[in-house]
Design a protein around this ligand. Structure first.
Ligand code: SF4
Length: 294
């Protein structure tokens, strides 16, 4: 099995077989992200090499694999035909596989178009993990996410219409202190628009500044102000008050101050009550600020 550069996978893919399809991230500009800042440069592995790794994994496991994840940062950037080919080969080699998944950016989803997405879904790719971060256009520009809110909506809807299971990662605190609530309202708007096309999963993360990032530099200079735990919770409160749903909500990450899990809108009331209770706790009872190194 061949692995090159940082290999990240979402916590929900902890038990998945990891077969590397791409190396690095084709965008690699987000101000808060350190993962590939020191390389390697983005490239796509040859389809025959990826398939050779899948075949080796099938030999080693006897084909008993329940889920497959194709790292690295955005394997949705592969040409449609190649991603479809490795997905269908994975389905053949692992007959009981329940899902095949990748990290995807919204622009890379759009680049396949409705027909390409259908081809990928038919080939067996089933779940897309997308870093939405925020739906606020001004913040998206500041953090250099490389996408507009209308593209997020279009891509999200297109993925759902093609039948994909979509996990959207919202990064609480990324808009900074002054824009926190405004950005939460814009994020709620984008989620509500995507929701018109179907059900998805929202996964909350909380901003932790990372080494070797532009954002950490901005914090040190004073041009970006990190939210404290109460301010993050107020932002999430505002977000949950303004989303329509339906979607599943998870806070499956160590960065979060509170574990908010449920179904929206059914669980809105208990989730908001959980936030209200947490807001009564003194700030010193939450985790402290730290600089992330991974
Ligand atoms: S957050 Fe995702 S898209 Fe942005 S640079 Fe990091 S890996 Fe690439």
């Amino acid at each position: 099995m061949y692995y090159e550069g940082p290999i990240y996978r979402p916590p929900s893919e902890a038990d998945s077989l990891l077969v590397q399809a791409t190396v690095g991230c084709p965008h690699n500009k987000c101000s808060f992200c350190m993962v590939y800042k020191k390389g390697p440069r983005f490239h796509i592995r040859s389809t025959s090499e990826i398939i050779a790794d899948l075949e080796e994994a099938a030999r080693l496991t006897g084909g008993r694999v329940k889920s497959v994840f194709f790292p690295a940062g955005n394997s949705m950037a592969m040409p449609t035909r190649d991603l479809a080919r490795i997905s269908s080969r994975a389905r053949e080699l692992f007959p009981n596989v329940e899902r095949i998944t990748v990290y995807a950016s919204m622009p890379s989803i759009l680049s396949h178009g409705p027909d390409g997405l259908k081809e990928l879904k038919d080939a067996g790719l089933s779940r897309l993990h997308v870093g939405l971060e925020t739906g606020d256009g001004e913040t998206l520009k500041l953090i250099k996410k490389g996408v507009l809110p209308r593209e997020q909506i279009q891509a999200g809807q297109m993925a759902l219409e093609a039948g994909f299971n979509l996990s959207l990662y919202v990064l609480a605190g990324i808009a900074g202190k002054e824009r926190s609530l405004k950005a939460a309202a814009e994020t709620a708007f984008v989620l509500n628009e995507i929701n018109r096309a179907g059900l998805f999963t929202v996964r909350i993360r909380t901003l932790v500044p990372k080494i070797n990032t532009l954002l950490l530099h901005q914090i040190k200079k004073g041009s970006f102000k990190l939210l404290n735990a109460h301010e993050v919770l107020l932002e999430l409160q505002y977000l949950l008050e303004n989303v329509t749903g339906p979607f599943d909500l998870f806070s499956d990450h160590y960065t979060n101050y509170l574990s908010l899990n449920g179904k929206m809108p059914k669980d809105r009331k208990p989730l908001l009550a959980q936030i209200e209770t947490a807001l009564k706790r003194p700030l010193c009872t939450f985790r402290g600020d730290f600089i992330g190194t991974q």
